[in-house]
Design a protein around this ligand. Structure first.
Ligand SMILES: NC(=O)c1ccc[n+]([C@@H]2O[C@H](COP(=O)([O-])OP(=O)(O)OC[C@H]3O[C@@H](n4cnc5c(N)ncnc54)[C@H](O)[C@@H]3O)[C@@H](O)[C@H]2O)c1
Ligand SMILES: O=C(O)C(=O)C[C@@H](O)[C@H](O)[C@H](O)COP(=O)(O)O
Ligand SMILES: [Zn+2]
Length: 357
């Protein structure tokens, strides 16, 4: 078992990573609660809801199950969960458990942050991607016009990461989660970037996965501890997301997974970095890794103006000026303002590069 401590402005919480933690979840709760609401999605419920309930007191536990997928990060489902919480009689001494991937974590965390102006919540991540989403307290739902536009910074009281659950993930979800690990390596360490790039996701061992997850969590925890509300270095965790989020919204939530969209964004960030800084970042090498691991990178049908318009609703935008996280080198992130004309040129040359390869 591994423990990582994170200091936030409201509380100090632990990320506990290990095998088989879920069935003993009560051991890891730091207080007695008047009642507990488990929020999960229908796929995760089939796999793990009974298991987690075995470790909780029977008389005070309620459950709310939402449809699996990005579309559940919606205002309607958010409202329905508040209705459930009121009807179940939750009070200010109740706990919400977010059991699932990043969708459930972001959604349930936002419900917890707003129910009676905020009650405790625990993240119980079940995807690789959720090593990122469960840490750092960004909670949100989507607006039709933009990703995570309605949300909050609200730290969990703990993160209990039972990595045994990861064995039931599909290849698509492994791929999606690894895009964020790739991101964390790109903003922090050339050696780790090379190691991930040399990893074939269909042949990954448990040992490799746990090493990469621990690495990703350490990078994320250190950054959010230094800059919780994203006034500085936390922006680097947004590498690949200015384009990634625009694509998720433009294609329709759920068409591309978050990680698949971020993966395209990561490649684009290398392209723009090479163009702007005259750098020699490993565009070809990342492109090859993405193709070898079956990331969907078909960009032939993009409407550039629509994509640029979506990029403007990114939360880093100031005075309608898009800002992208770029790299001077692997491990040396920067933030750069980019005007719309330049962005269109970069998108066109990016497409040209992908088509010619
Ligand atoms: N708050 C943050 O800091 C942060 C960081 C990164 C991503 N995110 C958000 O996270 C979301 C993506 O998270 P995600 O990729 O985990 O998506 P997800 O929660 O939709 O999970 C992906 C799919 O895997 C299924 N699943 C979950 N656990 C499983 C398991 N153990 N076995 C089998 N199937 C399982 C789910 O039912 C779902 O169908 C996006 O909305 C993104 O914006 C937030
Ligand atoms: O924690 C962060 O900060 C991140 O940027 C992590 C991202 O992987 C994540 O997708 C996050 O939700 C994006 O935040 P947003 O502020 O761009 O919506
Ligand atoms: Zn992300």
């Amino acid at each position: 078992m591994e423990k990582v401590q994170v200091q936030s402005s409201t509380n100090n919480y632990q990320i506990i990573i290990g095998n088989g933690l879920m069935k003993d979840i009560s051991h890891y709760l730091t207080k007695e609660y008047s009642s507990i609401l488990i929020i999960t999605d229908d796929k995760v419920a089939d796999l793990y809801l009974q298991k987690i309930k075995l470790g909780l007191p029977k008389d005070r536990v309620f459950e709310a199950i939402v449809p699996a997928g990005e579309q559940s990060k919606s205002i309607d489902i958010f409202y329905r969960l508040h209705t459930d919480a009121i009807k179940f009689g939750l009070d200010r001494h109740s706990l919400i458990i977010a059991l699932g991937g990043g969708v459930v974590g972001d959604l349930a965390g936002f419900v917890a942050s707003t129910f009676m102006r905020g009650i405790d919540f625990v993240q119980v991540p079940t995807t690789i991607l959720a090593h990122d989403s469960s840490v750092g307290g960004k909670v949100a739902i989507n607006h039709e016009l933009g990703k995570n536009m309605i949300g909050n910074f609200f730290a969990p009281v703990s993160v209990i990461y039972d990595v045994e659950t990861l064995s039931s993930l599909s290849k698509k979800e492994v791929r999606s989660g690894y895009a964020e690990i790739m991101k964390e390596s790109m903003i922090s360490d050339d050696r780790m970037f090379n190691e991930i790039r040399d990893t074939r996701l269909d042949r990954i061992t448990n040992h490799q996965l746990q090493k990469h997850l621990s690495y990703g969590i350490e990078v994320k925890a250190a950054i959010v501890q230094e800059d919780e509300k994203e006034s500085g270095v936390r922006k680097y965790l947004n590498l690949g997301h200015t384009l990634g989020h625009a694509l998720e919204a433009e294609m329709g939530y759920g068409k591309l997974t978050h990680g698949e969209a971020v993966a395209i964004g990561l490649l684009f960030s290398l392209h723009v970095s090479n163009e702007i800084y005259g750098a020699n970042l490993p565009f070809q090498s990342l492109f090859t890794w993405l193709k070898e691991n079956d990331y969907p990178i078909d960009i032939t049908n993009w409407d550039y103006d629509a994509v640029i318009n979506r990029m403007k609703s990114d939360k880093k935008t100031t005075n309608k000026q898009i800002q992208m996280v770029l790299l001077k080198e692997i491990g040396k992130p920067t933030v750069e303002k980019i005007n719309d004309d330049a962005l269109k040129t970069y998108l066109q040359s990016f497409k040209g590069k992908l088509v010619s390869k």
